[in-house]
Design a protein around this ligand. Sequence first.
Ligand SMILES: *Cc1c(COP(=O)(O)O)cnc(C)c1O
Length: 403
Amino acid sequence: MENAPRTGFIYLDNAATTKVSKTALAAMMPYMDEIYGNPSSLHSAGQRAAEALLEARKKIAGCLGCKEKEITFTSGGSEADNQAILSAARIGAQKGKKHIISTAIEHHAVLHTLQKLEKEGFRITLLDVSEDGLVTAEEVAEAICPDTCLVSVIYANNEIGTIQPIEKIGEVCRAKQVLFHTDAVQAAGHVRIDVEAQKIDMLSLAAHKFHGPKGVGALYVRSGILLTSLIEGGAQERGKRAGTENIPAIMGMAAALEEACGAIDKNAEKQIRLRDRLAEGLSQIPHAVLNGSRTNRLPGNVNFCFEGIEGESLLLLLDDKGICASSGSACTSGSLDPSHVLLAIGRPHEIAHGSLRLTLSEETTEEEIEDTIKAVKETVEYLRSISPIWRDLINGKKEFVIK
Ligand SMILES: *Cc1c(COP(=O)(O)O)cnc(C)c1O
């Protein structure tokens, strides 16, 4: 039926979080109901929970290509990033190695941890990225010094979707005997990961980015690398993460990852088609530019800058039209600083402010994409019609940055 009133909204903010899948939900329910034992208890109720925990660990290990004992459960991506980096820093410091290499486009969970270490006397090198948002293995190799203890590179960027050459970087790090961590929170469940083949030593993931529940994640750590615990207490997670395990969430995460990895090619193919259609539609808007690489990019990520536009205004007007999107121009703290990622790929401040991130899921439909293209076109046109900056641009008083 044409023009039928839409129920609900068009959700295009899957990089922020995803809907819990039916499979994940079903996997969680028994553990919030009759299977409530504590896995550390010796009685049968506890042992049932302990067996479930082991199953979940095996499933996650299976999806990453590692052993189950190399998986530590955490409260999410941020905790996994913190624990990986602080552990590698501790190991490095014991050998007098206090240099860490990372990139300018990491998530704040990595950047802020590195800033903390810098205050404690570590030397931090943040590699610049190309206009596409890429670092190269050669650049990593050149930055490695005798005192480098860690290289941490985001697998796929959460704002612009750029996928890094992880395997090549892994090779460089392994050859130079430097630990390699990757924040794979946006990648897990969306692109194929094999920690053995890619020579990854540590990897962070979070369930809620692949249709699992919020507040749970995992850290893969190659055997032989000693983790430092961030939380002291009981001996859970082999003494590396105290506190009774969140069994329902862990079960949901394992089911969600298994489901996502089982459908990875099919989901990617569908999303790439819709992503490219969305990008093509939006690039018809004058003075608009796609951020990030056209090809080395997450299947569901589209990110644009529109000249003469305020990202916040665009988001609010799109929300009025029932479209949930995100902007690179404000972080959750409500700061108005432009995104460090957009600045790192060379977008000037005034352009970085006018960004729009639309992130798809396998449930996104063609109709939703067409409606979104139309809505963004109309909204950008409207905002420009009332913008004094836009008037200066078209009157030639200011120069366009985006041609
Ligand atoms: C979401 C995200 C995180 C943080 O994960 P939480 O589970 O929200 O703590 C870290 N890194 C990246 C790349 C992310 O997208």
